[in-house]
Design a protein around this ligand. Structure first.
Ligand code: DC
Length: 214
């Protein structure tokens, strides 16, 4: 198998990266978090992104084990990107066409051959319309805010306020909005353990695989 792509799209806090990481680790896939690239651009350029700055940016994605690390000017910035404030700026600049083109190219360049699980907002619709398996994760808003607040150590009410805004912006933007791909399997992660969600997605993978080979 030269190439196998699983896409996982969904709103903030739906559990995409957690489950993508686990799927990658247990099945020998590489996990690519496309949101991390938008976050890196937000971290380095803030809202002042323009074509020239983007063209001069020295941003590299490097494969480490089952996931990618983001480097800017040779420095690993992966662990600095988690805050909701950066997520908010990322959501703003993700509305710009040339920013999306930049991120899509970075992701596609990394995924020419191999087995990947890629999470984001438009992975199954725009980046990989022909992905082998497409998952769309959803979860109750308050639970999503609780998860994000727990992960980042930020205030729950503040996180709730920001992810509500991000949801709206990500879903209502003109280019590559967050929508469920027609051929995606929806999985609701509300009240479920990571193991439960993992098993549900593995069940879907198996069904897709069996159907293809029957
Ligand atoms: O998944 P995340 O919270 O790290 O993503 C941060 C922001 O990046 C998100 O609010 C919108 C943008 N994004 C996007 O527009 N398309 C993607 N494929 C991934 C992220």
């Amino acid at each position: 198998m030269d190439k196998f792509i699983i896409t996982i799209d969904g709103p903030a806090g739906s559990g995409k990266s957690t489950i993508a990481k686990l799927l990658a680790k247990k099945n020998g896939f590489v996990h690519i978090n496309s949101g991390a690239i938008y976050r890196a651009l937000a971290y380095v350029l803030d809202k002042n992104v323009d074509r020239e700055k983007l063209a001069n940016l020295n941003l590299e994605l490097s494969l480490k084990g089952n996931s990618i690390k983001v480097f800017c000017d040779g420095e690993d910035i992966t662990d600095r990107l988690q805050s909701e404030a950066i997520g908010r700026v990322a959501s703003k600049i993700a509305q710009i066409g040339f920013v999306r083109d930049y991120v899509n190219k970075k992701v596609r360049d990394l995924t020419e051959t191999g087995k990947f699980v890629i999470d984001g907002r438009d992975c199954g619709t725009v980046i990989f319309p022909y992905a082998d398996v497409k998952i769309f994760l959803v979860a109750d808003l308050k639970e999503r805010a609780r998860r994000r607040a727990f992960e980042t150590g930020e205030n729950f009410d503040e996180v709730l306020r920001i992810i509500e805004k991000r949801d709206k912006e990500d879903s209502e933007r003109d280019i590559a909005p967050l929508i469920k791909p027609d051929d995606a399997y929806e999985v609701d992660t509300t009240g479920k353990s990571i193991e439960d969600v993992y098993n549900e997605i593995m069940g879907i993978n198996r069904r897709v695989y069996d159907n293809r080979n029957s």
